[in-house]
Design a protein around this ligand. Structure first.
Ligand code: SME
Length: 166
């Protein structure tokens, strides 16, 4: 049994240090990327308060060939849209720009894709391997402006650690 005891009252830097350590331990030595993404999605859900969706989109071939797109990966939350082209929505913007998207109000984000009407704010961090985006980590919250620069830094550290494990 894995029994992590996140303390949401911790300062963000400490909470994210614990999250990173738990994710490192859970994925160490495991080559299956689906298993690793699934466990990390569960950790994100357990460690971070006030979320309504936490998980991954992977870069994968389009069904019809052509440019790669984002395809739904392991997550916790309500069923979500399956395929997102680069450049579309918050996830597509993160994939195309290879830069973190910290969105205080999703309704003000051009092209935002509403998978869950409850979502008010969103944080999407690209996972880069050798400079290329291989996935994004997506967090949604039902609260406006839920995510801060501390959250972005914490998830970016997680993404860097996962780059060779997913
Ligand atoms: N809101 C995202 C779509 C994915 S869901 O939030 C799970 C977007 O605009 O890309």
């Amino acid at each position: 049994m894995y029994d992590f005891k996140p303390d949401a009252a911790l300062p963000a830097a400490d909470l994210y240090r614990e999250l990173l350590g738990a994710a490192e331990a859970l994925t160490a030595g495991e080559p299956d990327c689906v298993a690793n993404m699934a466990n990390v999605a569960a950790l994100l859900w357990e460690f971070l308060p006030d979320l309504n969706w936490a998980g991954f989109y992977r870069v994968a071939p389009a069904k019809t060939g052509g440019a790669d797109e984002l395809v739904l990966g392991p997550f916790v939350g309500r069923p979500a849209c399956i395929r997102i082209p680069f450049g579309i929505g918050v996830c597509g913007a993160a994939a195309q720009s290879r830069a973190t998207q910290l969105v205080a109000d999703v309704h003000a984000f051009p092209g935002h894709i509403a998978c869950d009407a409850a979502s008010q704010s969103e944080l999407v961090v690209p996972v880069l391997r050798d400079g290329a985006v291989i996935a994004v980590i997506d967090l949604d919250s039902p609260s406006p402006a839920r995510f801060t620069a501390d959250d972005a830094a914490g998830i970016e550290a997680l993404a860097a650690m996962l780059a060779s494990r997913i």
